[in-house]
Design a protein around this ligand. Sequence first.
Ligand SMILES: Cc1cc2nc3c(=O)[nH]c(=O)nc-3n(C[C@H](O)[C@H](O)[C@H](O)COP(=O)(O)OP(=O)(O)OC[C@H]3O[C@@H](n4cnc5c(N)ncnc54)[C@H](O)[C@@H]3O)c2cc1C
Length: 394
Amino acid sequence: MSTEIADFIVIGAGIAGASVAYELSLHGKVVVLEMESAAGYHSTGRSAAVMSENYGPALWSRLVTASRAFLETPPDGFASVPLVTPRGALFLAREHEQAKLATQADELRRRGATIELATAEEALRFCPVIKATQFASALYEPDCKDIDTDALLSGYLRVLRSRGGQLITSGKVTGLKRSAGVWKVSTPTTEFEAPVVVNAAGGWVQEIASLAGFSYRNVVPFRRTAVVFDPPAGSSIHTWPMTFDVAETFYFKPEAGRIMVSPVDMSPSEPCDAQADELEVAIAIDRIETFTTMEVRTVKHKWGGLRTFAPDHEPVIGSDPEERSFIWLAGQGGNGVMAGAAAARLAASFALGADIPSDIAALGITPENVSPGRTCVMDDSGTLPVVGNLESLE
Ligand SMILES: Cc1cc2nc3c(=O)[nH]c(=O)nc-3n(C[C@H](O)[C@H](O)[C@H](O)COP(=O)(O)OP(=O)(O)OC[C@H]3O[C@@H](n4cnc5c(N)ncnc54)[C@H](O)[C@@H]3O)c2cc1C
């Protein structure tokens, strides 16, 4: 078996692997190993592709804020089309969820995001099909954007190649061993060697860590289902926002002339080629018909995808506590595409042994609160605790 030498080996060519490879390729030779025949086949190719600073847990949503500039103004030559286009997001709260909405509004204002608060009735001007009687109030985030995930992923990989990096497809990692300060990473045909490995294998990150012999870190995949149907005849859906309920029981958005809805299911899954779950398809249809005036006559398309979480749902980015040259870039949940640019810079700083980028540190992100070695245990009520040092941004 032949051996190839690099400075960094990245495992996985979803958005996480491609983006961190892009960052590291400024500092040395990067090889990205991907088990499928193409990049982006799993979670990255199955997302709703939006960027909202009000989505996800605290630290992930701050990484969205830190990613906005890259997505809105990528480096010259990165992509031939805009990476993001206007969408807007609408968050709907029931009477008893007003305090939660107010907290979200305060946090967004602190980060400088533009928001508008409205009654549910007033929110009809953003999305005319919601049943306003089901809700009390709404938060509108005009700067939520649709992301062109293909352009983003291929931009990263094109620049990687132009800097001498390599993407090896059909290159499943089957073994990982470290000796004399070097990682030996086996694929069926070739062995690769490098001093630093980045584990960006999405739903498979726990398996990769086990291959390397590290302790269990509980970063595991959950399946989510998406369903596409035709909008009501004659409606001009292109201006509708991504619409969520604050309780997180559904979201829907315009998608290539149709409507995509998810029942925001979260079922534990093995790492696999995830499929739509039929019960969840039925739940998605029921939620649309309960909370909007739309009817779903025919399901035009449906899919499943994996979202991978630590128990506290926050980022798992940094050196493994057992070996500092093994870097995790994981636990992205539902934020991996929108927060990928900043997450990649953060992971690269660990791979390089450098300080956290100052703009990211200024958002309250520390090596401790994203560490793969942090303890995240549910409390007795089943509530997820806040880990690390979540200092106020004021
Ligand atoms: C329905 C749905 C909607 C979503 N909506 C959004 C959204 O609107 N915005 C957003 O930001 N995020 C969204 N997400 C989440 C987002 O898709 C993920 O956070 C992101 O794609 C994770 O990227 P990744 O690179 O970590 O994982 P992946 O894209 O899964 O990449 C991991 C790669 O590792 C490879 N791999 C695994 N094992 C090996 C091995 N042994 N050897 C080599 N390669 C290996 C896999 O083949 C895979 O290509 C959504 C997800 C779903 C399912």
